[in-house]
Design a protein around this ligand. Structure first.
Ligand SMILES: Cc1cc2nc3c(=O)[nH]c(=O)nc-3n(C[C@H](O)[C@H](O)[C@H](O)COP(=O)(O)OP(=O)(O)OC[C@H]3O[C@@H](n4cnc5c(N)ncnc54)[C@H](O)[C@@H]3O)c2cc1C
Ligand SMILES: *[C@@H]1O[C@H](CO)[C@@H](O)[C@H](O)[C@H]1NC(C)=O
Ligand SMILES: *[C@@H]1O[C@H](CO)[C@@H](O)[C@H](O)[C@H]1NC(C)=O
Ligand SMILES: *[C@@H]1O[C@H](CO)[C@@H](O)[C@H](O)[C@H]1NC(C)=O
Ligand SMILES: *[C@@H]1O[C@H](CO)[C@@H](O)[C@H](O)[C@H]1NC(C)=O
Length: 566
């Protein structure tokens, strides 16, 4: 009798003790896992993740090809990357947050820390897809994230390279040196040995968890808890309907992504006062910038019939998909090892297409500075349309389809994330607000025309079959083009800046340059929402950079505290 009581008490005690950690990280995504694993090298850390090991429940997710297959704009739809920081963007970041540690040369070591680079495998890549690269942009000691070039090059990309030449873009020698201008086959987070996606899960949690790290999966963070002095002391979580409180003796780090980080702050009392009061949430820190100022990279693209194999074949032929999946699994090759968009280019719109820009547009674009490209082009080996669903929307008429996606990388429209209720089970309300400003509209029309010029160039012409398929040559005036873009625009999945960093005198700033939330203590936000603005390159590498940088900051601060304790 006594012994079973003892066991019960022991179990209760160990559970109670185990739910106190040095650090709690909310969100096991790109930034959260990298940060948590670094902190766990010397501290006890809990990761609270609303999802689970999705790469086990959804095996296709391990293939680089899956980066676009299941993710369209269809709201009912469920369920790779490169790094291209620009020197100018990071120097601007340092200026915006008044902290020189963000200048390009100072953050470069943090970009390098997560990444292990493998040069392209020339024996396996297409002979007509040679690419320039510079290994010394990487640190040989970097890792565990794998960065390489996909073995399978989309044949269509070799034609886009010619199209870019045709409209006057230069091949860039490589873009990890902080210059984006020009075209390039891109590096991807692909593990070269088996051509699988090197995600934060695959790279940072490859086997047994570090003993200091406890992962609460299928656990939704409901609220951050504060003591009377506004110190973040814990997180209330909901795991399969059971509410539990986790305690943090040092800090709580929110890495719940661009939509849910501001949501969690707001339901916990941090945000625009009026909005919180509408939902009867007591205000702990009034910060009008929470959920505001969202920036993204909207894209769109006309589609053509082409004379090379593209995603269209894969989408219309389930047997081929299965065959390619097995080929990828066994031989680590084939279409599914391709992230589809394996080729990128950046530029400023050339003078002849700027003549129609208004004064306001010219002014807005001038604010971005010389080294900041206005548009990006991605090779898109498939029909694009309204991007409702890349896979199911491919036409099934025996032709192969392809596009060049035009992306706005100097956008001025800003979106918002607001609460639908005070409960994190309810998704927040997202208003992306793309193409709201005149400068975005005029830039979009010019970018669309550039894509048409590339397809019409002599260099690209041999691969094109017939005239433009979608929207087709009847769409000609700026107004017609803009109308079509409005109905077919999609995000390149780069939303950011909903809990942005800034100086203390900046009313809309949510975080200081060390990612600490203004007005409270021991609380940081580290993910794409923390960016002071969205750089023109793709954000994944910057999420890792920030996680590495803030992990270092936390650990160094801890060491200093320990030293002063002694
Ligand atoms: C389809 C797609 C393709 C992309 N392609 C590229 C690319 O090629 N190159 C590139 O650079 N970038 C790309 N991106 C963008 C890049 O993936 C993101 O910028 C990056 O992953 C954002 O990381 P994060 O840490 O901010 O958030 P996330 O990685 O989204 O992590 C947030 C985590 O928090 C969890 N969470 C949310 N709320 C709660 C809660 N209340 N409690 C507990 N957990 C919670 C979520 O489940 C999630 O795991 C792509 C994105 C998408 C969607
Ligand atoms: C490669 O990168 C290194 C470090 O950034 C630089 O010093 C070197 O000049 C580069 N080499 C070439 C050929 O661009
Ligand atoms: C490059 O080679 C591939 C494979 O032979 C071919 O499909 C593609 O059309 C070629 N590209 C160009 C621009 O010639
Ligand atoms: C998007 O396109 C698909 C077909 O390609 C169509 O079924 C769907 O209705 C379109 N959605 C919108 C919102 O226009
Ligand atoms: C310029 O950008 C600002 C936001 O930064 C926006 O409010 C304004 O409408 C833009 N002007 C034009 C002409 O697009």
């Amino acid at each position: 009798m006594l012994s079973s009581y003892a066991i019960l008490i022991f179990l209760w005690l160990s559970e109670a003790l185990c739910s106190t950690f040095d650090y709690i990280v909310v969100g096991g995504g790109t930034s959260g896992l990298a940060l948590a694993v670094r902190l766990a090298q010397s501290h006890s850390v809990a990761v609270v993740e609303a999802g689970t090991y999705y790469e086990i429940s959804y095996p296709l997710a391990k293939t680089p090809g899956a980066d676009v297959l299941p993710v369209g704009s269809d709201p009912d739809a469920t369920s790779g990357a490169d790094w291209g920081p620009s020197r100018e963007a990071l120097d601007k970041w340092a200026e915006a947050v008044d902290d020189p540690s963000y200048a390009f040369d100072n953050v470069l070591p943090y970009y390098q820390r997560s990444a292990a680079f493998t040069p392209p495998n020339l024996a396996r890549r297409l002979a007509n897809a040679t690419t320039l690269y510079n290994s010394s942009a990487f640190d040989p000691a970097g890792g565990p994230l794998q960065v390489s070039f996909t073995d399978f090059v989309q044949p269509f990309s070799t034609w886009v390279a010619r199209g870019m030449e045709g409209i006057g873009l230069p091949q860039s020698s490589e873009y990890n040196n902080g210059e984006l201008e020009g075209y390039h086959y891109c590096m991807s987070t692909i593990r070269p040995q088996d051509q699988s996606r090197s995600s934060s899960q695959a790279a940072f949690l490859p086997g047994l968890l570090p003993s200091n790290l406890r992962l609460y999966k299928n656990a939704l963070a409901k609220r951050i808890l504060f003591d009377e002095d506004k110190n973040a002391v814990g997180v209330e979580i909901d795991k399969v309907g059971i509410s539990t409180t986790l305690r943090a003796t040092r800090e709580v780090v929110v890495s719940a992504g661009v939509f849910q980080s501001p949501q969690l702050l707001m339901v916990s009392g941090i945000g625009p006062r009026e909005h919180l009061e509408q939902h009867n949430i007591p205000v702990i820190s009034e910060l009008p910038g929470v959920g505001q100022g969202m920036q993204d990279h909207p894209f769109f693209g006309p589609s053509y019939r082409v004379a090379v194999e593209t995603l269209t074949r894969l989408a219309n032929n389930p047997e081929y998909l299965v065959q390619e999946y097995l080929r990828w699994l066994k031989q680590h090759e084939g279409v599914l090892s391709s992230p589809i968009a394996d080729f990128l280019a950046w530029e400023k719109i050339p003078d002849d297409l700027r003549t129609g820009f208004s004064e306001g547009t010219r002014h807005n674009l001038s604010l971005f500075g010389d080294g900041w490209p206005e548009v990006e082009y991605l090779s898109g080996a498939g029909y694009v349309g309204n991007v409702s669903d890349f896979y199911y929307d491919q036409p099934d008429d025996g032709y192969e389809y392809a596009s060049i996606l035009a992306v706005l990388t100097a956008p001025t429209s800003q979106g918002t994330v607001t609460l639908a209720s005070d409960d994190t089970w309810d998704l927040p309300i997202i208003d992306p607000n793309w193409l709201e400003t005149e400068s975005d509209q005029q830039l979009a029309v010019a970018a669309f025309k550039r894509v048409r010029q590339a397809f019409a160039s002599d260099d690209m012409n041999p691969v094109v079959i017939g005239e433009e398929y979608d929207p087709g040559p009847q769409v000609q005036t700026d107004k017609e083009i803009l109308d079509w873009i409005r109905n077919n625009v999609m995000t390149l999945w780069h939303p950011s800046r909903t809990c942005r960093m800034g100086t203390p005198d900046d009313r809309m700033a949510v975080l200081d340059s060390r990612a600490r939330v203004y007005g409270v203590n021991r609380l940081r936000v580290v993910d794409a929402s923390s960016f002071p603005f969205l750089p023109p390159g793709h954000p994944q590498a910057t999420c890792y950079m920030l996680a590495e940088k803030i992990a270092d900051d936390i650990l160094l601060t801890q060491q200093e505290l320990t030293r002063t304790d002694l």
